[in-house]
Design a binder for this molecule. Structure first.
Ligand code: SAM
Length: 302
């Protein structure tokens, strides 16, 4: 368990952004008055401290909302639950959180601010562009699409983007946000697989901060989702997982990503890089191998 001093020190050292630091402080002490007093007490002793204090006052309403959301106590996953129960927990959690704040429901560190969320989204779009993954032919699948922020941000740059989510309220929010974008579709999913999507029908599959919930529901679901990703991606298609788990153990996440990639025939291209400034999401980039596709073609012919 991190302490408030550690969070402050990481922000002052530039390891995490001021919004991430405020989110972590609120998670440690879900009381906006206490967090406000702490960042005020730090004064302007460093650039990081000043940025935290300025941001707190700019987004005070959002910080109070985040504290209320955390105090509601709905984000604690059931212990010893089955995969189905784990997925049902996610559905209830996100059905509720999107009614509290759309921006905060997909990224607590946005502190409920659409502008902060957009800054983080733009960094993800830049990463995808830098990887050469965005072009007018690209068909994208977005696992756990939430409110549809990636769909809105990517629609103009790809052929089609299809979002799936286990939460009906998230699906409704994503449909509202993307209404009028003819190359966006959004569907409710069981959370257990990628049915009814067809084999080899996507070039790119994204999981932006949704894979931690798959991991939380159980290793069995993580294996199933990787196999499904290998099924719905075309040979050479890519799977991009941004944030793997919430265990706080990057080494274990890297090992698990490698094991899952190996098991389902993905070549692991990037294993846990930290390229973002606003969000501290780690990047896991994989490419579906040709061998795996051949194996899959043979098994589906049998
Ligand atoms: C933190 S939000 C991120 C949403 C979106 N990717 C974004 O970054 O804006 C996580 C989302 O994953 C969805 N989710 C969690 N487990 C899922 C599963 N097994 N299948 C599909 N969606 C899932 C949740 O309902 C929620 O909308």
């Amino acid at each position: 368990m991190k302490s408030t001093n550690e969070v402050v020190a990481r922000c002052e050292a530039g390891e995490i952004s001021p919004p991430m630091a405020l989110m972590e402080l609120l998670m440690l002490t879900p009381d906006a008055d206490v967090v406000g007093a702490l960042v005020d007490e730090l004064g302007r002793r460093s650039e990081g401290a000043a940025a935290m204090s300025d941001l707190f006052h700019e987004q005070e309403g959002g910080c109070r909302r985040i504290a209320d959301m955390l105090n509601a106590g709905v984000d604690r996953p059931p212990q010893g639950a089955t995969v189905e129960e784990g997925v049902a927990f996610c559905r209830t959690l996100f059905d509720w959180s999107v009614t509290q704040s759309e921006a905060a429901s997909v990224a607590l560190y946005s502190l409920g601010s659409p502008e902060l969320l957009l800054a983080a989204t733009n960094e993800i779009v830049e990463l995808l562009r830098g990887y050469g993954l965005l072009n007018p032919q690209t068909r994208v699948l977005d696992l756990g699409c939430g409110i549809g922020r990636m769909e809105s941000a990517l629609a103009a740059q790809v052929q089609h983007i299809h979002g799936v989510d286990v939460s009906g309220e998230m699906v409704a929010a994503a449909r509202r946000r993307t209404a009028g974008l003819s190359n966006v579709s959004v569907a409710l999913s069981s959370g257990l697989d990628l049915q009814p999507l067809r084999d080899s029908s996507f070039d790119l599959m994204l999981a932006v901060d949704s894979f931690p919930y798959v991991m939380q529901a159980g290793w069995e679901l993580a294996v199933a989702m990787f196999r499904e990703a290998a099924r719905v991606l075309r040979p050479g298609g890519e799977l991009l997982i941004l944030s793997f788990s919430y265990r706080g153990n990057r080494e274990q996440d890297q090992k698990d990503a490698r094991a899952l990639a190996d098991e389902s025939g993905f070549e692991l291209l990037v294993n846990g890089a930290l390229p973002f400034r606003v969000w501290n999401g780690e990047v896991y980039r994989m490419r579906r191998g040709e061998l795996q596709s051949a194996r899959h073609a043979l098994s589906s012919r049998r």
